[in-house]
Design a binder for this molecule. Structure first.
Ligand code: GLN
Length: 201
């Protein structure tokens, strides 16, 4: 298994560390051809406007758009915004694979960033320390989205088939529970299905 982490901008480094800590091989993705080797992709936090600009100028937007239709993807904060249907900002061009509307910086400015404890019973973790940094709020736009965690009645950890999104920063805590969930319940499962399909040909 090889998981790519988009490394154009933002907090990609800590995702690499977290994935390696749980025994997953990783690659920093900066060029489209690198996606060919990847079984899954992580879109880190950062600035979704800057990331969109870089994705377009580096000719990565289309290849990633194609990749996320067929492989597991995990977007955190700005990465989650990029997975949404609409970010209500002309500078952001999301991939549209998660049925949510994103409201960028919805909690306020940097001083409004906070840490809180989430109950993520769905993934077997009842006290998860979540770091919110100029986080977006995501409004569910269909019933295909499964809410795996909420904060103050707002969905903050969401899944839609092969797509996982967190409005906070799971790579900044010590707890690998969410990365492990992505790897074991989503990436490994999709690899098993692909292998089975290939064996049946
Ligand atoms: N506010 C940023 C954006 O809109 C996201 C912040 C983050 O990724 N920590 O893209």
């Amino acid at each position: 298994m090889l998981i790519g982490v988009l490394a154009l901008q933002g907090g990609f480094q800590r995702h690499l560390v977290m994935l390696e800590r749980i025994g997953v091989r990783t690659i920093e993705v900066r060029y489209a051809h690198q996606l060919e080797k990847c079984d899954a992709l992580v879109l880190p936090g950062g600035e979704s406007t800057t990331m969109t600009h870089l994705l377009l100028t580096e000719n990565l937007w289309e290849p990633i758009h194609e990749f996320v239709q067929a492989h597991p993807v995990f977007g955190t904060c700005a990465g989650a915004i990029l997975l949404s249907q609409n970010a209500h900002d002309t500078r952001v061009k999301p991939f549209g694979v998660l049925d949510v509307e994103a409201d960028r910086n919805a909690y306020g400015r940097q001083v409004e960033s906070f840490i809180t404890i989430l109950n993520l019973a769905e993934i077997g973790c009842d006290a998860y320390e979540a770091v919110f940094i100029r986080a977006p709020q995501l409004k569910l736009a269909s019933n295909r989205v499964q809410v795996l965690g909420s904060e103050n009645g707002r969905a903050v950890l969401l899944r839609q088939n092969n797509v996982l999104a967190a409005t906070f920063h799971p790579e900044l805590t010590q707890d690998p529970a969410i990365h492990r969930y992505f790897v074991e319940s989503m990436v490994r499962k999709s690899l098993t299905i692909t292998n089975k399909a290939q064996a049946n040909v």
